[in-house]
Design a protein around this ligand. Structure first.
Ligand SMILES: Cc1cc2nc3c(=O)[nH]c(=O)nc-3n(C[C@H](O)[C@H](O)[C@H](O)COP(=O)(O)O)c2cc1C
Length: 230
């Protein structure tokens, strides 16, 4: 990077390099962790949702791969069960196209205010149509119209084009009328293979424990817990 930067970049560079916090005492002990990582995740999600310093505790950074190039964006977790993590999107978006060719992905929950992060590796598959319809029906009308109006990730010539598509769809499906689910919109279920819990500790001796999925003889899901250097 050039040393002769104009403000504000010149000012923020030294500030960013000096930014650091000391992390707390509360640690992660294997004995306190649930054997089931989904249960453990649920406990942390509940705590994050109750924390007033965490905005949108269910926001997660989703990374997919396109031609070997990782790309990331935020999406909202909308369900979590024994089977995995669900989010909704446009199946023809950049992420949808990535997942059609390579379903492997990573999601990351950045709960910095609690000195925590959770990273999940897994693979995604579309959820059944009726489940996407059921969730779509619960969305506010304006979001439903927005989902129809957006050709998500496609190039847009101007904001007016989007606005007029929205207005046209809003008159086609007036408020109060049932808005069908767009055919290219729906959910993905992420089946996890690895779930890592990170808790910040003093002196950068953070706790980092990872559940790795294995199977027993009856092909029942089992999880092996491993600790990693921070
Ligand atoms: C807090 C937050 C929540 C978001 N939630 C979603 C979501 O649930 N689904 C979605 O498709 N996009 C969501 N987005 C927008 C995405 O980050 C992204 O811009 C969009 O999905 C297009 O991504 P793509 O072009 O990589 O496919 C959210 C963005 C933010 C900042």
């Amino acid at each position: 990077m050039s040393e002769n930067l104009e403000p504000p970049l010149s000012a923020i560079r030294s500030e960013v390099s000096a930014m650091r916090r000391s992390y707390g005492e509360s640690g992660l002990n294997e004995a306190d962790l649930d054997q089931n990582p989904i249960v453990q995740f649920s406990k942390w999600l509940i705590e994050a949702a109750a924390n007033p310093f965490i905005v949108e505790a269910n926001a997660m950074v989703l990374s997919t791969v396109h031609d070997g190039q990782p790309t990331s964006r935020t999406v909202l977790l909308k369900d979590v069960t024994e089977n995995g993590f669900t989010f909704f999107t446009n199946y023809e978006s950049a992420k949808g196209i990535d997942l059609a060719t390579n379903p492997n992905l990573s999601i990351l929950f950045p709960w910095y205010a609690m000195e925590r992060q959770v990273i999940v590796l897994g693979s995604a598959k579309k959820i059944p149509r009726d489940e996407s319809d059921a969730y779509f029906a619960t969305r506010p009308w304006s979001s439903q119209i927005g989902a129809w109006a957006s050709k998500q990730s496609k190039r847009l010539d101007s904001r007016e084009t989007l606005q007029s598509a929205y207005s046209e769809l809003a008159s086609r499906y007036p408020e109060g009328a049932k808005v069908p689910t767009p055919p290219n919109w729906g959910g993905y279920l992420i089946a996890p293979t690895n779930i890592e819990f990170w808790q910040g500790r003093y002196s950068r001796l953070h706790d980092r424990v990872r559940y790795v999925r294995t199977h027993d003889n009856a092909a029942k899901t089992q999880w092996k817990l491993e600790r990693f250097y921070p």
